[in-house]
Design a protein around this ligand. Sequence first.
Ligand SMILES: Nc1ncnc2c1ncn2[C@@H]1O[C@H](COP(=O)(O)OP(=O)(O)OP(=O)(O)O)[C@@H](O)[C@H]1O
Ligand SMILES: Nc1ccn([C@H]2C[C@H](O)[C@@H](COP(=O)(O)O)O2)c(=O)n1
Length: 412
Amino acid sequence: MAASYSRLLAEDSLLAVEADDGDLLYFSCSPASCAAPSRRPPPLLLPLLAGGGSAHSLTVPCSERVPAAQLHAALRRALDAERGLGRPLPLFSLQPRERGFLLLQPGRSKAAQERRLRPLLAAHLPYLRVCGYELSCGDRVWQCPWGADGARRLVQKAEVDPAVHPAVSTLRREAVFGCWKEAQRVLRECIPFIPEARGVLELWDKCPKYPQKGNFPVIVVEGLDATGKTTLTQSLKESMRAVLLKSPPACINQWRKIFDNEPTLIRRAFYALGNYIVASEIAAQSTKSPVIVDRYWHSTAAYAIATEISGGLHNLPVHHHEVYQWPEDLLKPDLVVLLTLSHEERVRRLQSRGIEKTKEEAELEMNVRFREKVEELYKRMENPGCIPVDASPPREAVIENVLHLIENHCLI
Ligand SMILES: Nc1ncnc2c1ncn2[C@@H]1O[C@H](COP(=O)(O)OP(=O)(O)OP(=O)(O)O)[C@@H](O)[C@H]1O
Ligand SMILES: Nc1ccn([C@H]2C[C@H](O)[C@@H](COP(=O)(O)O)O2)c(=O)n1
């Protein structure tokens, strides 16, 4: 499979479009200037163009991470606000790796679609790769880059395996940071347009950089929303006479909403650095008493990966992938408990609680695939892994079970 795609890439550009069910459809096109067009008709474009419709792809080259993430988000907002261009489908270009959108419009000519696009893209055009698509000889689709001069382009051959989701290779760079320096770098670049980033960094500057755990046990509780983390962590705090901490910590919580509205790169850098700030609190407190932590790195990684990797469980990075490994520079807990609950019972608890839902909580309820991915990702985390605990029994029983687990693991 990979080999045949490699051959195609010598002449074509390979694109992946996110379909309605979140899975990916791969297709290749020939640049209009190439002498030999691809014999592989793109399954999405062919019927659309044959029926008199039009298509454009817009991708963002991502050499500079923060500006590329911002441009991608601005583009999404502009396209969402513009009626009459069709729904923008998420698009990945596999060579070079870029992300953007595909606009499909049945019954509208390429020229008409282009007329609507030009003013919308005017400000962004120098930083975008825009291509229209044309049908010729019945079953051949040509990719026509805007501004092409007709010369044959040299397209480098690349080893690409379309069996791997295109976002997997960008996770480390854009969503799951492997060390505090990476998260800090991203937030530093944000200071000019997100003043709150300076606030987070100033707090981080005051923290010790590689804090060590004290002699008391450190227990993390993870799980989807409404699985009972707050209930359990409060009880553990009381029964173990422990200190209860949360990630993100209270000192940066005031800025959480702001970062939640930023692109993935910036949002995840905020949560990542939040974990490192909590780590310094864990280190200090665990010299004096047991410490219970409500969410920590496993949540940051699991939600980031589940958001970035569209489609089903089969698209997730393989077991033991580097994104599942605990960052070497982050203080490790003694035990991570994962509360598991059936979807029905969790929704029942969410409804009985009845408080305002965050966007991601609402998505969890709506999107079974997303919930499945987060749960599966928690289970794939390593070094330390999560120990699943059934959260469906009555509160007292769950607490009792977790106390036993702590006794066995932490020898207290
Ligand atoms: N074992 C249990 N049996 C029945 N109900 C429970 C149990 N544990 C918690 N609940 C109830 O379920 C709801 C969600 O619990 P809780 O707030 O502790 O979850 P959470 O994981 O902290 O949620 P979030 O992450 O959204 O803050 C609450 O109304 C709580 O009282
Ligand atoms: N350490 C953390 C804590 C939280 N998050 C993100 C993941 C979800 O988007 C959301 C869930 O938090 P809650 O609604 O339970 O407060 O926050 C994270 O990435 N890292």
